[in-house]
Design a protein. Structure first.
Length: 506
């Protein structure tokens, strides 16, 4: 099965992980003939409480392709108030900016970030949230009056009219009753475009790559909204070979530029013949996460790709049909399920990590009050939810060995590599190692062991971190009901060898 060929399937495809095995813990099997005695010394209860660990969450938009909230666009709300209200929603985990290239750069060689950027970053810091973003080279929302590219680049890159707007001319800026004109796209293959794209990525990476606030960055793709399609219109490329070569180059450049922050690649099928199949394979092999911009009216192949992605990659989902979350406009079926809830709960079928909430904070609050089940279910199952569900102590080689069973009650695998640390309270003993990438998978369990020094007795603190990108580790909180220490660890009591509860041959 070959992703870059006639079939685009991730199911069963042998992708290697972007993470080289390092300090790998013994992950079993741990058979009964290996030890001289054993006992269960800790068992924990799964928690359904919401967590704000890296690698999953609900995305609140401070800016989408048409701008900030509708109230801000209509002059009824300040941008500052919009960002603050979005960041204040208790169920928002990540703030997301989806803007045009012109919103981040007005001249060559430097960034010119619109005010929403600093407002969003500041709000994220104050509210303990993270930030993600997409920069678009094409956007239908402001055509025909405004293109997504900055003016300086439009002067350097040939622009192509790919077809009349017709019924797709949904711009707020279009003039009622007048001809809407043609959709305009840049020649993505032009040297000046490629040069400017590389410069922009380096400028953004210099500012944001590895910034602890930044959760992920969408790959800058071709086509409408950077989604890899042209809504059924012809592409601006002269031929398929040029499109494939250009898109591959764009993806490889961004993978090489962003070393410390995850990238996310759209799984859009190649309806516009721009080489999406091969480019997606390049991105996935390079460690990029995957995303889709709709969930219900989606092609079967895209659903299969998202659901059967490599387990160490996160999936990001959004859908714009009911983006306002207006409860007055949502139909409810015979089972009492509203349209938006039906959409969002399909995210769990795809074992996804993120779901988008768009820009309308007041509507989101009303929606959650009227239909609380949707967000509650997502926050209890989205992404990964890890805990040491069992910890055994064994007598092995004359020393105590801890065997830890990490359970994952979330729907998704670990988006990267899970690192475990076992340490004494005073720090004199510290042992650390990793599990295999993606483990434990969604709904799964993975075991690992620590062979402690001989005659060690007393408390051991177990901590967890996730390596989202090679060498970039972030601490996570255990998803259990039992109390944790201030550093996020859970305490295990190592028993002496003369303890009366040892078991063997039973």
């Amino acid at each position: 099965m070959r992703l870059g060929g006639s079939s685009t399937s991730l199911q069963g495809y042998n992708f290697s992980s972007d993470f080289a095995a390092k300090d790998r813990l013994d992950q079993g099997p741990f058979d009964i003939d290996q030890d001289e005695g054993w006992q269960t010394i800790l068992n924990t209860t799964p928690s359904e409480k919401a967590l704000r660990n890296p690698g999953f969450g609900l995305l609140g938009y401070t800016w989408e392709e048409s701008g900030p909230s509708i109230a801000v666009r209509e002059g009824r709300q300040s941008l500052e108030d919009h960002v603050e209200k979005m960041a204040s929603l208790p169920f928002v985990d990540v703030l997301y900016i989806r803007c045009d290239w012109r919103n981040v750069q007005r001249r060559p060689g430097r960034l010119d970030l619109d005010p929403v950027w600093n407002l969003t970053l500041d709000a994220a810091k104050r509210h303990g949230l993270r930030v993600a973003f997409r920069v678009q080279s094409s956007n239908s929302a402001f055509q025909p009056k405004q293109l997504a590219l900055p003016e300086f680049l439009r002067e350097r890159v040939p622009m192509v009219a790919i077809g009349p707007m017709g019924k797709y001319g949904d711009s707020d800026q279009s003039i009622s009753g007048q001809e809407r004109g043609n959709w305009i796209e840049p020649r993505y293959d032009h040297p000046e475009y490629q040069k400017a794209l590389a410069e922009l990525n380096h400028l953004l990476a210099d500012r944001f790559d590895g910034n602890p606030l930044i959760e992920f960055v969408d790959v800058m793709h071709v086509g409408f909204w950077g989604e890899g399609h042209f809504s059924g219109y012809p592409s601006p490329f002269p031929d398929f070979q040029t499109a494939q070569r250009t898109l591959d180059q764009m993806v490889r450049m961004q993978l090489a530029t962003w070393k410390n922050t995850p990238l996310a690649m759209n799984t859009q099928p190649d309806i516009s013949n721009t080489g999406n199949r091969q480019a997606l394979e390049i991105a996935v092999r390079g460690g990029a996460w995957v995303r889709s911009d709709s969930i219900i009216i989606e092609e079967p192949i895209q659903i299969e790709e998202l659901a059967n992605r490599p387990p160490w990659l996160a999936a990001i989902l959004e859908d714009g049909y009911f983006r306002t979350y207006d409860v007055a406009k949502l139909a409810v079926d015979a089972a009492g399920v509203n349209e938006m809830e039906n959409y969002m709960l399909h995210v769990l079928d795809l074992k996804a990590n993120y779901w988008s909430l768009w820009t309308e904070s007041e509507n989101l609050a009303r929606y959650n009050e009227r239909f609380p089940r949707g967000f509650e279910r997502l926050r209890a199952s989205l992404g990964y939810r890890l805990r040491p569900s069992w910890v055994w102590e064994r007598k092995r080689y004359g020393a105590p060995e801890l065997v830890v069973a990490i359970s994952n009650r979330g729907v998704a695998g670990v988006p990267g590599v899970l690192w475990l640390t076992a340490k004494s309270p005073d720090g004199s003993l510290r042992m650390r190692g990793s599990l295999d990438p993606g483990h434990p998978h969604g709904g799964g369990i993975r075991l690992a062991s620590f062979l402690l020094p001989k005659e060690y007795v007393g408390p051991i603190h177990l901590l967890a971190e996730i390596e989202l990108r090679p060498r970039i580790l972030k601490p996570i909180a255990w998803a259990c009901e039992q109390p944790l220490q201030p550093d996020g660890s859970i305490v295990v009591q190592v028993r002496p060898f003369n303890d009366r509860d040892w078991r063997k041959s039973i």
